[in-house]
Design a protein around this ligand. Structure first.
Ligand code: GRF
Length: 203
């Protein structure tokens, strides 16, 4: 499967995916990295890893539809089959999301459906959670609401602040996302009628 990773920032999940995809038997190939922010640190990290990486600056477009059309043109040109959002902080139009239904996933730093949106670690602490974590899900028009592919949990420890908790979660993100992308790229999970259907594996 030909994969594009969309980022907005430092791209640590992107790096973990690029590294995992170097394994000869990995079922997906990272062929493109796009950022809506030209100053995203992840762009240079992708280029250093030999992956074509470009900015599609959302500020250069008059509206979301035209920004999404520019993304679509880049994805078409590269023959992309699966979009992996990794810290991509831009809302995509419903039309774009529908066009990529079942072929676009995101990682979110909470155990969804808890703590949709931003500042998840602060909110998990505020809620007194003893467990927290991360979720890989298919992208649907409603933010952070798509069918769940994979999750990982971490403990919330006494004395945690948002930074220490985020640091514990991101370790799991870096492990979980490459696994989830491999699962989808190999046909082990598909979106089917709004639900994830997991393949039964011969053992
Ligand atoms: C991650 O915590 C991801 O779950 C969230 O934004 C962060 C991106 O970090 N959506 P990075 O850019 O992958 O380092």
């Amino acid at each position: 499967k030909r994969v594009a990773i969309l980022i907005s920032g430092r791209g640590s999940n992107m790096v973990s995916l690029i590294e995992a995809a170097r394994a000869p038997d990995y079922p997906a190939e990272i062929v493109l990295v796009l950022s809506n922010r030209p100053d995203a640190a992840g762009l240079a990290r992708a280029q250093a890893a030999g992956i074509p990486a470009r900015a599609v600056d959302h500020k250069a477009f008059p509206d979301r539809a035209r920004f999404d059309a520019a993304l679509q043109a880049e994805l078409d040109a590269a023959g992309i089959e699966l979009i992996v959002l990794a810290g991509f902080m831009r809302i995509l139009t419903d039309a774009f999301v529908e066009a990529w239904s079942g072929r676009m996933i995101n990682i979110h730093p909470s155990l969804l459906p808890l703590f949709k949106g931003t500042h998840t670690h602060e909110r998990a602490l505020e809620a007194g959670m003893r467990l927290h974590g991360c979720t890989v899900h298919y992208v649907v028009p409603e933010l952070d609401a798509g069918p769940i592919v994979a999750q990982a949990a971490v403990p919330v420890l006494p004395g945690d602040d948002a930074d220490s908790l985020a640091a514990r979660v991101i370790v799991q993100e870096h492990r979980l996302y490459p696994q989830a992308v491999a699962l989808i790229a190999s046909g082990g999970a598909v979106l089917d009628g709004g639900r994830v259907r997991f393949a039964e594996r011969a053992r």
